[in-house]
Write a protein that binds this ligand. Structure first.
Ligand code: F6R
Ligand code: MG
Ligand code: MG
Length: 385
């Protein structure tokens, strides 16, 4: 039987420098020490520690499968050690994403974001790891659709026989905790009907149809749904396999040349463009943003990570960054108005209940000339029977 390799990307915001600007190098060092020891002890095979804005990113390979207790406990300890340093240095929001003290074998549901896939390595196995800051997991819906289902993005869907049979999308309803598998191209309109609401419907995994080989996986943790309150933005990660029967690296990166609007940015309560950046620009300053995404390319060989290549550190993405700046300018001029500010049910910070409470006695019946018939949100989303 072929040996399987697992790629685990586990991330958390455990405190950052200058507000929510970027991870401090000393916390990267603290986490790296924990991972280096885990490598010496044979728990993991290789690792790379980095940051996306204020999120500490642990990229690991091993042979222990997904949701492995030892690997998750290494990640948890790395975040704990990094948090100690963050507290010593007085970094902002130290320990923010570690929502619980009681680690019970798996970091899922405890605050950190997790994307893991177990694969049988091809002779050459290129992967791309995307790490976003100041946004939510549904931010990957649009690019994932374009990578695996849009022939105007991915030429291979049309002209490479190995991609021509299409891909299966596992779409998660993060409000209800249920999932549905849909096939592209035949069910493409149904896929879009769901994933166009990225706050609720999130593409979690993508499989190649004929052999169900996994092509992509996204971290689906939504911090506010875990904690029931605002604690920080989810800042998702994603692993995508490329080449030889999967979209080419260039096809995987191409959708990010369009800086589409995502939810997050300042106070997790605004729409902004997702700006593709190299590692050196993986930090956020304008209105705590705009939201960013970094892409690191690796080869995986015999369970080891070879790389990375900093894929958005390329002048070919300069124009996308410039467009993102223009969109950021345009949106910012809306100040507290939607659609720059998110809708009331999506805002991570709100004073609306207090404002309504304060004003409730001052609202009086008004003559409008018609009796409003307001649709409830369940009806609009098709939930009614
Ligand atoms: C976004 C984010 C920041 C903070 C903002 C206010 O994910 O983390 O935009 O929401 O800086 O932070 P506090 O309330 O801690 O002052
Ligand atoms: Mg933060
Ligand atoms: Mg962050």
């Amino acid at each position: 039987m072929s040996v399987k390799t697992t790629i685990s990307v586990i991330k958390a915001d455990i405190g950052s420098l200058a507000g929510h600007h970027r991870v401090h190098p000393d916390t990267i060092l603290a986490a790296s020490r924990v991972l280096a020891e885990a490598k010496r002890n044979g728990i993991i095979k290789s690792f790379y520690v980095t940051n996306a804005g204020d999120d500490l990113q642990l990229i690991m390979t091993h042979h222990r499968g997904v949701d492995n207790q030892e690997v998750h406990s290494v990640a948890w300890n790395a975040f704990k050690e990094a948090t100690k340093v963050a507290k010593e240095l007085g970094l902002y929001a130290a320990g923010q994403d570690l929502l619980s003290d009681a680690f019970s074998g798996n970091v899922r549901g405890m605050g950190p974001g997790v994307a893991e896939m177990e694969i049988v390595e091809r002779p050459s196995e290129p992967i791309v790891i995307f790490m976003a800051d100041k946004t939510e997991p549904g931010a990957f819906n649009l690019p994932l659709f374009r990578i695996f289902a849009d022939p105007f993005n991915t030429a291979g869907l049309v002209i490479d026989p190995r991609l021509h049979n299409g891909f299966t999308f596992e779409v998660l309803d993060v409000y209800e905790g249920r999932a549905v598998e849909l096939n592209a191209p035949d069910e493409m309109y149904d896929i879009l009907a769901l994933i166009g609401t990225p706050g609720r419907y999130v593409i979690r995994r993508v499989y190649r149809r004929p052999d169900r080989e996994i092509g992509a996986v996204v971290s689906i943790e939504r911090l506010s749904l875990i904690a029931g309150r605002y604690v920080g933005k989810d800042d998702p990660v994603m692993i995508v396999r490329a080449q030889s029967g999967f979209p080419a690296v260039g096809e995987v990166l191409e959708p990010f040349s369009f800086p589409h609007l995502v939810a997050g940015w300042m106070r997790g309560s605004h729409h902004g463009p997702l700006m593709p950046v190299g590692l050196r620009d993986s930090k956020v300053s304008r209105f705590d943003g705009p939201p960013r995404v970094v892409a690191l390319g690796f080869q995986v060989k015999n369970g080891e990570l070879i790389g990375p290549a900093d894929l958005f550190d390329d002048p070919a993405f300069d124009e996308s960054r410039r467009v993102a700046q223009q969109i950021a300018d345009y949106l910012r001029r809306h100040g507290p108005f939607m659609p720059h500010r998110l809708g009331p049910e999506e805002m991570e910070y709100t004073t609306l209940p207090e404002v309504m409470k304060k004003l409730s006695s001052r609202f009086v019946q008004a003559e409008m000339g018609y009796k409003p018939v307001v649709k409830r949100s369940e009806e609009l989303s098709g939930e009614h029977d």
